[in-house]
Design a binder for this molecule. Structure first.
Ligand code: F3S
Length: 394
């Protein structure tokens, strides 16, 4: 890989030990994947934030980095943490867990990283532009930024994203290159898609089929950004889809080459079978919405649905701190809390320790959450649309 004189100096240690280590990691990745050069990135999103995921070794690594005066060079956001950073006590998060999580956040803050913990940074102050090179790591955020926005990122690991933030660069390979963004399978959808959960089920099914290919969807007549985020999140979870195109909806769909692709078809039967497969439990102990993190539109919909009601079981809507503050200001949070639910900031059902909090069966409308909850959180899952789940709570 071509390196500038300045980049060679970094590898020679002239910019300090941390820069050298971080840049070496990026250079090695570039060599493995055949990158021609390093390119500057406009922003970074770092995964590996929850104490549940990174444990003591991760916490100590970050403390060490921060204590050496390491700082990021570009706008860097974080993936969800393991708890609501402000209301963790009220929500019943364990004290010891909270202490460690707060230490992790402190280390990130000392490095100049914005401690906004969300998988929807594009809704919360980190919106890339079309064709901007970025280095993000949470798989649904990667999928959304590549597919719906048309920005360019590989699916970074936690360490490579952190290194990109510190160096301000990433190796130029994979989805940074136009020729690597071409679809290699056509997905023809005839199933009726109404709810976000339908998009989640579709994404789950397609991810299983296509693994890490780039699908080109036809037959999806309309979808709002919440539905597209549900689709991409599920495909990235059940497969490893980091980019998809939707005819007539996503910005690169008209520009890519579509001739001669193998085709898979999805009708009502495939969608129904997917719902059945994802439902492993009955009668949720808790319903958790907001995977990926809820938008204001999704929070306001929940508030409308449960206004004046009394929920029988706990309800969380996970979102970013920014969305929560807007929801507080609009009175949505108040409406939801009066009904017995919570708008939970900074975390989500998968990276928080819900199994330690006594929950065994979780209701979700997200294909991604339904995919991960059994393995990561030992949960049985009720997977359904939002109206069905909220109805069951009343
Ligand atoms: Fe986001 Fe957690 Fe879902 S990180 S995409 S809410 S599993």
């Amino acid at each position: 890989m071509y390196l500038t004189k300045d980049e060679e100096k970094i590898l020679d240690g002239e910019h300090g030990e941390v820069m050298e280590r971080m840049f070496r990691l990026l250079a090695r990745l570039g060599d493995i994947y055949g990158a021609d050069q390093m390119i500057p990135v406009g922003s970074v999103q770092v995964a590996g934030v929850s104490y549940k995921s990174i444990g003591d070794p991760g916490m100590e690594f970050l403390e060490d980095m921060a204590s050496k005066g390491t700082k990021v060079k570009v706008l860097t956001f974080l993936n969800p943490a393991g708890m609501d950073l402000e209301n963790w006590k009220k929500l019943g998060f364990p004290k010891e867990f909270a202490k460690n999580q707060l230490q992790i956040m402190q280390s990130f803050k000392e490095m100049g990283i914005i401690i906004t913990s969300t998988c929807t940074p594009y809704l919360a102050g980190n919106l890339p532009r079309f064709r901007e090179h970025i280095a993000w790591s949470e798989s649904s955020a990667v999928s959304f930024s590549n597919s719906v926005i048309g920005a360019r990122t590989n699916r970074e690991g936690g360490p490579s994203a952190l290194a990109a933030g510190i160096c301000g660069k990433t190796p130029n390979y994979g989805l940074h290159l136009w020729q690597e963004r071409q679809p290699n399978v056509r997905v023809d959808v005839s199933a009726r898609l109404e709810f976000s959960s339908d998009f989640g089920a579709l994404g789950y099914y397609v991810g299983k089929q296509v693994k890490n290919k780039i699908p080109y969807f036809t037959g999806i007549k309309d979808a709002d950004t919440d539905q597209l985020k549900a689709l991409g999140a599920a495909m990235a979870a059940s497969g490893a889809v980091a980019l998809y195109h939707v005819e007539g909806l996503t910005p690169e769909a008209d520009l890519v080459e579509k001739k001669g692709l193998e085709t898979i078809s999805i009708g009502e039967k495939e969608l129904k079978d997917t719902y059945e497969k994802l439902n492993t439990g009955k009668n949720p102990d808790i319903v958790i919405l907001g995977c990926p993190h809820a938008s204001l539109r999704e929070i306001s919909l929940v508030a409308q649905q449960i206004e004046g009601k009394h929920l029988k079981k706990p309800l969380w809507i996970c979102t970013s701190r920014m969305m929560k503050e807007a929801a507080d200001r609009m009175g949505f949070t108040d409406t939801i809390e009066k009904a017995g639910g919570h708008v939970v900031g900074d975390t989500c059902m998968v990276v928080s320790p819900i199994e330690q909090m006594g929950y065994k069966t979780t209701g979700v409308n997200s294909g991604k959450a339904a995919n991960y909850l059994p393995g990561f959180c030992k949960q049985e899952v009720v997977f359904a649309n939002i109206y069905y789940l909220l109805e069951g709570q009343q």
